[in-house]
Every structure is written in structure tokens, then in C-alpha cells.
Design a protein around this ligand. Structure first.
Ligand code: GDP
Length: 619
């Protein structure tokens, strides 16, 4: 107990707890921590006294050491309450499934006492990552160029149409298929809740990790002992205010730099949804990772820092608020919750909230978000105010009666999934299995898959058999669009499979090409684009060097009418048809056939220069 608590707790308290819990150190620790939190001043006492919470410089004094106090102020879900009630449940009951995948196939659990993937006999091996691009050079600080993705599916069923039927699991190919109702089965699997992939975006230091880390904590997804450990460690490292962020920023390098590099992933639930959360890196160097995360998201939470000067810095040219906003919209996200964060820094002033809404609202509209799909929530990630329960702080309730962040996430419309379309899975990781085959992971973008199915990998245009499917480490007989799964496959050489390959239906395969036409929207670019312009194509999980082979035409922004054929160059804000040549073949879909698989981004020397949709596949 001392090892965990340090010298903070008197000997008598520890002894008493040990006696009460029959010398079970885990239970005793929990008991001590619950008592400790219960005895602390409630959150409102702090938020009401109008003194903004200190940030960074003097964070040690006010903020984190009493992380547990937030828990005592805000009602928590059943499980967490039980713990408070002194039931001394085992930690394992509330251990979060927080995992971070790397391209190497290694799954790093995030500081929690979660068993490692190796327990399943999965031996990570380096996967082949397409790289060598100019963008990669901007990511030197990252030890590897990871491909991140969510681990959970999302389903939006909502249609009145008859659910499709799929064969039952375990069949061998060619045998008569028994019918299974995928939509109904999916509903059953999630206990009636729809699944939502959510990406958290925003300028570096806006408070994304703190906000989501604290939200997870309030939901009971992080046990007290772990949180206490983070507090102690972060205090020791002189970064006490980062304790909540550490819940999500797992790697040592991230902690040292204080920035999020990978897209972390975790899972939590709202009243009607199971949410897979991706905390995207806000730092400019890590935008390629953010693209991969956002490409798999259904909805986004944009975190902005309400402090004077800080919101403006994030919003200016070069700030990530704009770039992230544009990126997620270009990648197909239509619903957005804006967490106007660090409101404690501005005394929860309504004027500041309004000012931010008006500045941001205008921009988001330009970026293509409908006003009715953007929601603003005032929050403090640090104090936990308005995250999982409606605030009771007078400074806020005097003018705000809207939903808290969790409620707002719950209100998102569930996305429609393409379950009826042919099977498509974009590989985000490849690694060797213990058995005869190997494993690929990725999100199923369309259709469904069952064990025993034969599938085609594009490129290299080879087939294999799916021997096993797992979701969140649980074996399944089938999985469908939106699910982030791991497939064990046999009958193919691992060497041939790269990150970025698409596994697809043999009868209705995806096409691989190295030349295609696309309609692109150019962002705020400094250098005009001419024929032969080198770019990096970011598409799903890949980043592939490419060139603009032809400038076909300049188009009218809204009507799409051709304004000029064969232009000599393309400038900022233009809409154009171009032909793109990639260095190696990539598997693509036309936007009109598969929205999810027809979108891409182009980057040049570390900045995103365009978003595009595939209109024609050449060769
Ligand atoms: P990220 O880069 O967007 O993930 O930001 P972090 O979560 O790492 O937070 C950056 C800094 O802002 C840390 O020092 C946090 O403690 C601080 N911070 C985050 N949220 C709040 C908040 O609501 N109020 C205050 N005062 N500080 C915050």
C-alpha cells in the first residue's frame, strides 16, 4: 500500500483499512482511496469561487492531487458508485479496455493492469508500412509511423428496410448457408445500443486528453488506484496537471513531450451508444496519424481552449483548429460537438462562450458543416465540470441549461453502415500469428465476414481463408461494417500483405490502380499546383507518394461545371479535376459507389493541401 500511496497517508489509516479488508492489499487500497475522496471538498466549492483553475505553471498547487474529488462531486455510473460504497470490488471489474495498436501489431495497454496481447500467443512482428514519403520526414520525432484505428464498430440501424441475412458462422465454403439476420444479431451484440466511432480533435494543448481522460475517469473507466498512480507519477515528473491526460497519452515519449502522438483508442458508453473514442494528436507533426483516425470516425468532438489568446492562437492560420475541422469534414464527418474547454479560465463567462461560437460557427459553416449538426458545450476538462453530468456551478447554470458533453455525444445520430454492400476491410496492421496463418487488423468498411469465408486481398490480388475473427480480443463467428476486427487468415504469404491492402469480396472485388482521376478541393496552399507536383496520398490507412499527373479542369465550386480545361496551374481554394499517379498500386473505390472508400487527402511537405474524391479509376 505504501508503494502505491507514498507517504501521503498516515500509518493509522492504512492499518485500519488493512484490518477492515482482511489484509487484502487491493481492497484495502480501494477503501483508503474511497474514504480519501469522500472527505474532500466538493467540486462546486472550487468552481463557484470564481478563481480560475491554474494551468501548466502552477498546476501542482490546485489541480490534480485530488483527482478523486471530482468523482465524489459528480454522480457516477452504478459500478463506480458501488466502489465508493466501500464494497471493495476487485479492480479487474472496472479495468478499462484501453488499448493502443501499433503498426507492428504490438498492442500496448495504456497504463492499466490489462493483460497483454501476447497472452493469446500473438507475437508481434514488424509489418510493412508504406512510407518514405516527404511527410514521414516531418514525423521524425515519432519512433514509428503508426497507423491507428478504433477497435470498435459502430452500427446505425435505423432503416425500416428488411435486415439482410447472412450465412451462419463456421460453415465451410461452398456449403449451403444458413440464414442469420445481421442487423438483429448486431443489435443483440450491443445490447440494443448503437455504436459510434468518435474522434477528438483540436489544437495542441486545447485540453483534449485531459478532457477525455477525465470523462473516462468520471464514468468509472479508470480505477482510482491507477488514477492515483498517475497523479503521483505526474507530480514527480513536475507535470501534475497532466495526470488525466496520461490516461490517454500512454507512451513515455508523449508524456515527456506532453503531446499526443498516436491516436489513442478506448471505449465508453452513453445512455444509448457504445462509443469508440479516438484521441487524435493535436500537434502539427502528427497530422498523418490524425487523418487515419478521422478517416474511421463517424462523429467528432472539437476541443477549443476558451482562454483569452489561446482560442485565437489555435484558430489562426497555422493553428490546428481550422486544419482539423477541415480535415474531418473532408473525411466525411458531418456531426460535430465543440467542447469550449477551459471555461474555468474565463470564469465561465457567457460573453466569451458566445464570442467563440460566432467565430467558429462562421468557419465551420464554410468548411461544410450544417449549423444544425454543430453543438457547443462549455466544459472544464480539468475540474470535470459539465462532462458527464449537468453542471451545478452557478457561474454556468445562470446562463447555460443545455446538455453536458456526455449527453451531447449521446444525442449524435447513429451513422448508417453499409452492411448490404460487398465486403471491404482496410488493413491497418499485419502480424504473425502463432499458428499457421497470420493476422490482419482493420475496420470493416462495408459488408460482413464470417469464419471460413474466402476473401481477396488487393493488392496483391491473392485469396486467403478467414480462420478466425476477433473483436476487442473476443473471438466471433462473424463481424460486420463498422467493426474494428482482427482476422486470422491462412493460405497466403504474409510478405505480400501491407498496411493499406484491402481485403474484399472475391466476387465483387475492389480495384487496385496507380492512376485515377479525382475531384479535389484545394486548401489554403502557398505554392500553386502544376503538372508533376509531388504529393503524398493519404487514403484510409496508407500514405503513398504520388504526383499530380494532369490538371484536367477547373470546376465551379457548387455546380461542378467546367470553368477551364487544361489549366496551367491550380491555386488556393480552387475546385478541380486532376489525374493522380501513385508510386505503387493502391486499392480504391469510386466515391459514388462507396463514400467511405472514395475519399482521400493530399499533403505536401508537412501540410495538407487538398481533399479529394475518386471519380474515375484509370489503370
Ligand atoms: P491536448 O494537447 O489537447 O491533449 O491538451 P492536454 O490535455 O495535454 O492539456 C494541456 C494543458 O491544459 C494541461 O496543462 C492541462 O492540465 C490543461 N488543461 C486541460 N483542460 C483544462 C481545463 O479545463 N482548465 C484548465 N485550467 N486547464 C486545462
Amino acid at each position: 500500500m505504501r508503494a502505491v500511496l507514498g507517504d501521503a497517508m498516515p500509518e493509522s489509516v492504512l492499518t485500519q483499512a488493512a484490518l477492515q479488508c482482511a489484509f487484502d492489499p487491493q481492497r484495502a487500497l480501494d477503501a483508503v482511496l474511497s474514504v480519501e475522496s469522500a472527505g474532500l471538498p466538493p467540486l462546486d466549492a472550487r468552481t463557484n469561487n470564481d478563481a480560475p483553475l491554474p494551468q501548466r505553471a502552477n498546476k501542482e498547487t490546485a489541480v490534480v492531487p485530488r483527482a478523486n474529488q471530482e468523482a465524489s462531486a459528480a454522480p457516477r455510473p452504478e459500478k463506480a458508485k458501488d466502489r465508493e460504497a466501500g464494497q471493495c470490488q476487485l479492480d479487474s471489474e472496472v479495468l478499462p479496455k484501453v488499448a493502443r495498436m501499433t503498426v507492428s501489431g504490438k498492442k500496448q495497454t495504456m497504463g492499466f493492469d490489462v493483460p497483454s496481447t501476447e497472452e493469446n500467443g500473438v507475437v508481434p512482428s514488424p509489418s510493412v508500412h508504406r512510407g518514405g514519403s516527404p511527410d514521414d520526414m516531418t514525423m521524425k520525432t515519432s519512433p514509428e509511423t503508426p497507423s491507428k484505428r478504433p477497435e470498435t464498430p459502430s452500427k446505425g440501424f435505423g432503416g425500416a428496410e428488411e435486415p439482410p441475412s447472412v450465412p451462419t458462422p463456421g460453415r465451410t465454403p461452398g456449403k449451403a448457408k444458413q440464414q442469420l439476420n445481421v442487423r438483429a444479431e448486431l443489435e443483440k451484440r450491443q445490447g440494443g445500443k448503437s455504436l459510434l466511432n468518435l474522434v477528438v480533435i483540436g489544437h495542441v494543448d486545447a485540453g483534449k486528453s485531459t478532457l477525455m481522460g477525465h470523462l473516462l475517469y468520471l464514468l468509472g473507466n479508470v480505477n482510482k488506484r491507477t488514477m492515483h498512480k498517475y497523479e503521483q507519477e505526474s507530480k514527480k515528473a513536475g507535470k501534475a496537471s497532466f495526470a488525466y491526460a496520461w490516461v490517454l497519452d500512454e507512451t513515455g515519449e508523449e508524456r515527456n513531450r506532453g503531446v499526443t502522438m498516436d491516436v489513442g483508442m478506448t471505449k465508453f458508453e452513453t445512455a444509448s451508444k457504445v462509443v469508440t473514442l479516438m484521441d487524435a494528436p493535436g500537434h502539427k507533426d502528427f497530422i498523418p496519424n490524425m487523418i487515419t483516425g478521422a478517416a474511421q470516425a463517424d462523429v467528432a468532438v472539437l476541443v477549443v481552449d476558451a482562454s483569452r489568446g489561446e482560442f485565437e492562437a489555435g484558430f489562426e492560420a497555422g493553428g490546428q483548429t481550422r486544419e482539423h475541422g477541415l480535415l474531418v469534414r473532408s473525411l466525411g464527418v458531418t456531426q460535430l460537438a465543440v467542447a469550449v474547454n477551459k471555461m474555468d479560465q474565463v470564469n465561465w463567462q457567457q460573453e466569451r462562450f458566445k464570442e467563440i461560437i460566432s467565430k467558429l460557427g462562421h468557419f465551420l459553416k464554410q468548411a461544410g458543416f450544417k449549423d444544425s449538426d454543430v453543438f457547443y458545450v462549455p466544459t472544464s476538462g480539468l475540474s470535470g465540470e459539465n462532462l458527464t453530468t449537468k453542471s451545478s456551478a452557478l457561474a454556468l447554470t445562470s446562463w447555460y441549461s443545455g446538455p453536458c458533453l456526455l449527453e451531447q455525444i449521446d444525442y449524435f445520430k447513429p451513422p448508417q453502415r453499409s452492411i448490404e454492400k460487398p465486403f471491404r476491410l482496410c488493413v491497418s496492421d499485419v502480424f504473425k500469428d502463432q499458428g499457421s496463418g497470420f493476422c490482419v487488423t482493420g475496420k470493416i468498411e462495408a459488408g460482413y465476414i464470417q469464419t471460413g469465408d474466402r476473401v481477396l486481398a488487393m493488392p496483391p490480388n491473392e485469396t486467403c481463408t478467414v480462420k478466425g475473427i476477433s473483436l476487442h480480443d473476443d473471438p466471433l463467428d462473424w463481424a460486420a461494417a463498422g467493426d474494428h476486427v482482427s482476422l486470422t487468415v491462412t493460405g497466403m504469404d504474409i510478405i505480400k500483405i501491407n498496411v493499406g491492402c484491402v481485403f474484399c469480396d472475391i466476387k465483387e472485388p475492389i480495384r487496385a490502380c496507380s492512376r485515377f482521376r479525382a475531384r479535389v478541393l484545394l486548401f489554403n496552399i502557398e505554392v500553386p499546383i502544376t503538372q508533376g507536383f509531388p504529393v503524398v496520398l493519404h487514403y484510409q490507412t496508407i500514405s503513398e507518394p504520388a504526383t499530380i499527373r494532369k490538371l484536367v479542369s477547373v470546376l465551379h465550386k457548387s455546380s461542378g461545371e467546367v470553368l477551364k480545361k487544361k489549366p496551367k496551374c491550380l491555386g488556393k481554394g480552387m475546385n478541380a479535376m486532376v489525374e493522380i499517379q501513385t508510386q505503387r498500386p493502391v486499392a480504391l473505390e469510386l466515391y459514388k459507389d462507396f463514400k467511405e472508400l472514395g475519399r482521400f487527402m493530399l499533403r505536401y511537405v508537412g501540410s495538407t493541401i487538398a481533399a479529394g474524391v475518386v471519380t474515375e479509376i484509370k489503370e
